[in-house]
Write a protein that binds this ligand. Structure first.
Ligand code: GAP
Length: 442
């Protein structure tokens, strides 16, 4: 299967089954903004819950936070985003399109007569590169003037830095400790694309770990290991995960060291999470810009210091896309193509489909009762329309690991058929054991 074909097929499945829709589709869509449908929102929630459980619930040394998207505009001056969160762009004077200056489709040097626009093909129409800030601006209050400008946050991290003392003091944590947050971020990306891989509105799952200076390199290595382990635990093909170390020129303005966890997408190896050693850049800058002391007093050692920060930053949408790409497969079954999302059962949006074999003989009533019973514990789906084979196929495409069918033997013998998504094998299970049966296999 050609790689681009796989992405096209995935986009189409996501729409057909209700994972992801184009934003404002009836108005022609909004560039690189996507909406999650019933199955997509459930899948992404499972990703976020799993992250939260590993990062906050399972640890004594990390606290949760939900900071606001809008922040004081000085935050973004201190963070370096106002001055440095930019991409060099060129405009075509002829067709009015705008490109990144390093767009590989541009022939020649922008600003020079030989440069050729990749869209309209005109020579000499491209301007010299100009810096363009990726933050979305809006206005706070009734007056649209420069004094009222606020930004939609381009990363969730800054909400953690400005709250670090509040969390430290209220939770009575000690160094080293972390703060974790899941939330929306916005970037006016110039070359967005590849479905939900790079979008203008997305969700980040970020954790900032505050440590004593000098211990940062050690913590950085630990977090690298733990985060890779977490991605492997999602059931991803380990051969499609790798590290990418940022060379000096690639490093973000705040980073002393950075590694990306990359996944091999159909469009190449790409970042799904960044692990950064941010040193004391962020707290140092916020201390300077706010005029407030942000040092930590270490009682045991009787010393003050500005903590260093090790950051782990993953995109919830990117991890969701990774799961979808990794799980998608096609098989030939009895001359027909079966599309399956082989998601890890615990991540699947629906855990079990419940079906009456036929719509008569009391089967729908028994199946409905079973469905109402099961949905108290698991996300389930009831379906009585169409041939049973088609109902199974619909659930295969949704990634549902179990199909539970009420048939003639249920009425006489009290057992149902449990069908497995991956093997398509079926076995008989007592009606009263179905919940336990599913739970054991999640
Ligand atoms: N606080 C550090 C930070 O934001 P980043 O490497 O710019 O670092 C971290 O972003 C993660 O956020 C990325 O690995 C990716 O998963 C996600 N991300 C960044 N930009 C994105 C976009 N435009 N669309 C979707 N996800 C994005």
């Amino acid at each position: 299967m050609a790689d681009t074909t796989l992405m096209d097929k995935l986009v189409s499945l996501c729409k057909r089954r209700g994972f992801v829709f184009q934003s404002s589709e009836i108005y022609g869509g909004l560039g690189s903004v996507w909406d999650y449908g019933p199955l997509g929102v459930a899948l992404k929630k499972n990703v976020k819950d799993r992250w939260w459980s590993a990062m906050v619930q399972a640890r004594d040394d990390i606290e949760g936070l939900d900071a606001a998207i809008l922040m004081h505009p000085r935050v973004w001056e201190a963070s370096g985003h106002v001055a440095g969160f930019t991409d060099p762009l060129v405009d075509c004077r002829q067709c009015k399109n705008r490109f990144r200056a390093d767009d590989p489709r541009i022939k020649g040097t922008p600003g020079q007569p030989d440069a050729q626009c990749p869209v309209c093909g005109t020579r000499g129409s491209l301007t010299e590169a100009r810096l363009f800030n990726l933050m979305f601006k809006t206005f706070m209050g009734p007056v649209e003037e420069s004094a009222a400008v606020v930004y939609l946050r381009p990363e969730t991290a800054q909400g953690i830095y400005v709250n670090y003392l509040n969390v430290l003091q209220s939770s009575r944590q000690r160094m080293p400790f972390g703060i974790a947050q899941i939330g929306k971020a916005f970037r006016n990306e110039i070359t967005p694309g590849n479905f939900i891989f790079r979008t203008r509105e997305f969700e980040q799952m970020e954790m900032q770990f505050f440590v004593e200076p000098g211990t940062d390199a050690e913590w950085f290595e630990r977090w690298r290991e733990w985060r890779m382990e977490w991605h492997r635990s999602l059931g991803l093909d380990p051969a499609k995960l790798q590290w990418h170390q940022h060379a000096g020129s690639e490093l973000a303005h705040y980073a002393k060291a950075a590694f990306d966890i990359q996944y091999q997408f159909p469009f190449g190896w790409q970042e799904i999470e960044g692990i950064h050693n941010r040193g004391d850049f962020d707290l140092g800058r916020h201390q300077e810009y706010s005029g407030k002391k942000l040092e930590y007093f270490d009682q045991a050692q009787n010393q003050r210091y500005l903590p260093y920060i090790v950051e782990t930053s993953a995109g919830a949408d990117r991890v969701t896309l990774t799961l979808l790409v990794d799980a998608y497969r096609e098989e030939q079954v009895e001359g027909e193509t079966r599309v399956v999302l082989g998601l890890l059962p615990s991540l699947a949006p629906i855990k079990a489909g419940v079906f009456p074999l036929v719509k008569k003989d009391g089967m729908p009533e028994v199946a409905t009762r079973l469905y109402h019973d099961l949905r108290k514990q698991f996300a389930c789906f009831y379906d009585e329309s169409g041939a049973i084979g088609r109902r199974y196929r619909r659930m295969d495409e949704a990634g549902t690991p179990f199909g539970i069918t009420v048939d003639g033997d249920t009425l006489s013998g009290g057992t149902v058929t449990a069908r497995h998504r991956d093997t398509m094998q079926q076995e008989r299970v007592g009606m009263d054991r179905v919940a336990e049966y599913i739970r054991e296999r999640l």
